[in-house]
Ligand binder design. Sequence first.
Ligand code: ADP
Ligand code: TPW
Length: 578
Amino acid sequence: MLTATKEHSANVAAEDTPLTDGFHLVIDALKANDIDTIFGLVGIPITDLARLAQAEGMRFIGFRHEQHAGNAAAIAGYMTQKPGICLTVSAPGFLNGLTALANATTNCFPMILISGSSEREIVDLQQGDYEEMDQLNAAKPYAKASYRINKAEDIAIGVARAIRAAVSGRPGGVYLDLPAQLLGQSIPAQKGKESLFRVIDAAPKQIPAPDAIKRAIDVLKNAKRPLILLGKGAAYAQADQEIKDLVEKSGIPYLPMSMAKGLLPDTHPQCASAARSFVLAEADTVMLVGARLNWLLAHGKGKTWGNHLKKFIQIDIAATEIDSNVPIAAPVIGDVGSCVTEILKQIGSVPKPSAEWIHAINEKKDKNIAKMEETLSKNPSPMNFHSALRAIREVVKANPDVNIVNEGANTLDYARSIVNMYKPRKRFDSGTWGIMGIGMGYAIGAAVVSKQPVIAIEGDSAFGFSGMELETICRYNLPIITVVFNNNGVYRGTDVNPTGGADVAPTVFVKNARYDKMMEAFGGVGYNVTTPEELTDALNKSLASGKPTVINAVIDETAGTESGRLTNLNPASTATKK
Ligand code: ADP
Ligand code: TPW
């Protein structure tokens, strides 16, 4: 407990009044809301805030770059429905964290980026302060909400506003600006204590209107070829039993989006993933559950959707999502748990999908699965994406509690379809932006929150964005196994410089790099593997040991296509096109 000194507290309190200050109140306010972990990177003015958090029993996980601390916080928020906290210094630290904040907002993950900021008087007059920046305004376009706290007595309210904004309605990233002078401000301890409180019902249930349910049921009743599409909003909602009931009681086939994989096991008989193109094109009625009709779903129209508009039912907590790309026949606004519960009450009145529809899907699935198994059973030397992922698939099947982090182009596309998931909220990937760089941040967040092992399946380019966090993984001794799919470059390693000059092509890296040795530099375990058997063996040993590990998986450098499955999104030069 602090007490007042003469200089310190002249206008605040009598000389021996116990005091508290901004540092303590920020930590107290977070703790009052059950926040027990901060992901961050220290420096002026927040080093003591991190020290104090640790001293007060919170976990402080220190990173080597703020973007990865922010990504760890975001994924922690997604996994727990509590906002993940990222703490950074001013200007450049804040900007490094801002990428993660924007990514969290884009993906609807609740997180709070807390950054220290420099002296307002100097910043606002642009007089050139140390790390000067108008952070609050810089954050606004990329955050769901942005706040600054100026007075110590407002800290509890400011933290409460940030928490509520992050988790209520559509979750997102919130920026909270803490000026350096706020942290040092003192007020009487009693007054500080009285200001603290716990946010009541931070993410209130949102019950759908009865007529919206009736409309949805009517649309379902008229469906000939219905399909359920589960998105990461459904996974986030933690309404796992309700979703299982919806799928099984309706008998409707379903498709999980990549992070909704495992909400029901991918091996579920109603899972239509192996017939994805077929069901998207052929379905006449689609029920979206926490999934947006963005680029990942070809905007709900065009060839992917069989060139004819479907009747959509859309369950979403954000009313403004409705009709974003195509007209929605039956919007159902509310939280997934409440909406599905209401739909379940009337699902008995909806006829089961026809045997013909189910049969057509199963036929397609069987054919595609057989084809894929044939490809997967091959053992080319060097390994390719398929044979390496076969090894990972089998290890995940035997260890369904492991978390999977996944990024890259081909590495992402193939792993998403080959590696089955069995449990909810265990797959974390490039998400709504298709972003590279989430790898080690998500892996650390997932390991810290779940206390279960993580296998990060990383393209060699993707891994490079966050590779320095291997040191963080070793420092906290986290059970993270990073498998680097090393094909010597971005997408693949075979491009050549057409001029014959000394520089390699833009997509090419150092040949035969040994990412496993990076891990050894920090005291972790490294493996260099060239066959699926070696990969299996290294994965099993790593899972058994729980030690931080990097497996450098050597992949055929000719394997892989430009941008994976997104080749068509690359603009072509009209001038040089033949
Ligand atoms: P995916 O990429 O898996 O298709 P998206 O991120 O595009 O998923 O969509 C998630 C959707 O889920 C968003 O529109 C968001 O508003 C919604 N959402 C998030 N949480 C909930 C919830 N608890 N209840 C209902 N909808 C939710
Ligand atoms: C922040 C552009 C998309 S995929 C990718 C890049 C650079 C890497 C692909 O190579 P990798 O995978 O990881 O070796 P693979 O399996 O094909 O061999 N910067 C950001 N985000 C994105 N998406 C890019 C660049 C990109």
